[in-house]
Structures are given as structure tokens and as C-alpha cells.
Write a protein that binds this ligand. Sequence first.
Ligand code: NAP
Length: 342
Amino acid sequence: MQVAAERALGAHRVLEPVGVLPQAAWRLDPDPAIGLDEVRIAVERLTLDAASFRQLTEAHDRDGNAVRAEVLAIVRDRGKMQNPVTGSGGMLLGVVDAIGPDSPLGLTVGQRVATLVSLTLTPLRITDDLASWDGRSEQVPAHGTAILFARSIAAALPDDLPDAVSLAVLDVCGAPAATARVVAGSGARSVVVLGAAGKSGCLSLAAARAAGATGLTGVVRTDAEAAALTESGLADRIVVADATDPLAVAAAVGTPAELTVVCVDVPGAEHGAILATADGGTVVFFSMATSFPAAALGAEGMAADVTMLVGNGYTPGHAALALDLYRANPGVRALIDPRLAR
Ligand code: NAP
């Protein structure tokens, strides 16, 4: 491959192991000095992927100081924010502060942007010790620098929404995009969403509705979430079940759906999702806590003829779709906004 093409993927920033791309690397070079085709972002805020934040919080017994210390250590050791246990990252927002003359990204210095590529492949240096963060929220006020490559993507932050909202919605914008694509492409009318009252879950319900689905079932874990989801009006039917208990999910869902979208932030939802899906149907595993062997071998063991999709974080138009769903649906706003105040 030509050097320019390798650079566009960020291969030149990989320190170890040599030969992999940045997402798979153990360590990246976060040097803020940019190459001719790179862009430097002055970081203002990170959002940690929900599965990563939950794992860190539980591993440290909800001790925010310990969570902050671990995030700092990960970024210092790896040159990027990639939780070694979950393998997941998050994304960031900030101000474009330097652009190499050969960058094709079309950004301008001073522009406020959210990166639409994962923190797991973004060279990152933190310079404020995360002093403004108490370690208790997914969103992390931060100062430092991040590097975008020629093939990275970033979205200009909308003027009409608070930063925290834009960051939260853009972080999960792949879920509604994938849902809309499957509903539109397959003509699926019945949809089950596991983790339906969460950020990606409620956006997926709204996307399914907008794409033409008519039988929407939201699976939530608690009565409180059931009440909030009922109030939102996003689902036709709401059932309470632990997504990690496959038989409970199957019993609660009843007739399997043509599409199931997995939006929980915990491991172990694969088998329930497969049981909730009709033969010939599709499961979108958006959750970062998904196990490939559990999904593949579980489906085989159940003789389940379902198509299983990895929830690709990127689909063309995904950012605008998700932001528009947030703007257009009071129910989505009612479910997402309180999460940002936590
Ligand atoms: P979120 O807002 O925290 O929503 C997760 C929801 O799942 C919450 O409502 C949570 O309930 C619920 N839940 C947790 N355990 C459950 C269980 N056992 N049974 C039923 N419901 C349960 O998370 P999010 O930001 O939407 O992210 C969802 C998933 O997408 C995460 O795994 C995240 O890592 C992943 N993700 C993927 C991509 C990608 O590109 N594929 C990008 C970003 C995020 P409680 O609030 O009561 O715990």
C-alpha cells in the first residue's frame, strides 16, 4: 500500500505492535505536532462509551477518583482512550486548532467539532489531569490534544443543541442509522429493542418508527425505565426483563420480531436477542459488550436462521439522522436529557 494511504489510516502513529492499524494497536503516538495530512483538535470534552464507563465504575466500586485515575493511566500508557477490558472507547468534541496543508477533511481552524471516529483509534494527550471531572459521569470535561487522520471523520457541532446533547447523540448515532437501514431494506415491521430506554435504544425505536416499522417492543430492566419509556410514547409495547436472561427475554417478548436491536451496555445479551428474533429476521448487535462466539455459537446451537449484524459505528448520514431524531421526538429528548444530568 502506498505511504499516503497508510498515513490516511493513521498507521504511522502506531507504536506497538507494529503492522496493525490504530484501532487494534496497544499504543499510539499522541504527539501534538501534526503531519501534513493531519488535523489537531484542542479537546474540550470526551464521552466514554457506556459499556466502558459501566465496567470502570463497577471495577472501582463507584469510586470516582479511582475511575478518573484509571482513565488517566489508560490514556498515558496507550496514547488513546481504549478500555483494555471492554476494548471500547467513546468520542470527543473540541476546537480545530491546526490543519496540515494536505488534510482532505475540509475543516477550518476555530471550528467546533465532534469526532465521529472512536477514541480507540484517536491519538490523545490529556494535559489537565482531568481535574474538572469527578469520575462519575460518562462525559468528561478535559483539556488536551487529539489527532485526526486523512480518513477520519468529524461533524461540525450544531448551534441549536447543547454540547453534551450533541456528544451523547453522536456517540450512538450508528444505532438508529443501522436500524433505519434494516427496516427500510428488509421491510421489517416488528422490532424489539433491548435496552430501549437508553440513548441508543430510544433513538433506535424512533428510527424504526420513522422507517415504517409498526410493532415496536421495548425491553427494559426496571419498572422505572418502563414508566419512562411508556411516557415517551416511542414503543407500542414495553416489557420488563433482564436482557442477560435469555428465557426471560423470550417469555416477555412472546412472538419473535423481524428485527432485534441490542442496545444494552452489559455483556450476555446475545442469546436473548436471538430468541427474540424470528427465523429469517435480523439482529443488530450495537452493544460493545457483545461476544462474537456467544452470538455465533449460540445461534448455531439454537438452529436460529437469523442474520446477525455488527453495529458498525459508521453509516453515511448517521450523524444528521440521529440529531434530527433527537430534535423531532420529545420522547427521545425526555429519555436522553436526564441521563446527561447524572
Ligand atoms: P445507555 O444509554 O447506558 O443505555 C443502555 C441501556 O441498557 C440502559 O437503559 C440500561 O439500563 C440498559 N440495561 C443495562 N443492563 C440491562 C439488562 N441486563 N437488561 C435490560 N436492560 C439493561 O447506553 P448507550 O450509550 O445507548 O450504549 C449502549 C451500547 O452501545 C453500549 O454497549 C455501548 O458500548 C454501545 N455503543 C456502540 C457503538 C458502536 O459503534 N457500535 C457506539 C457507541 C456505543 P440502566 O440505565 O438501568 O442501567
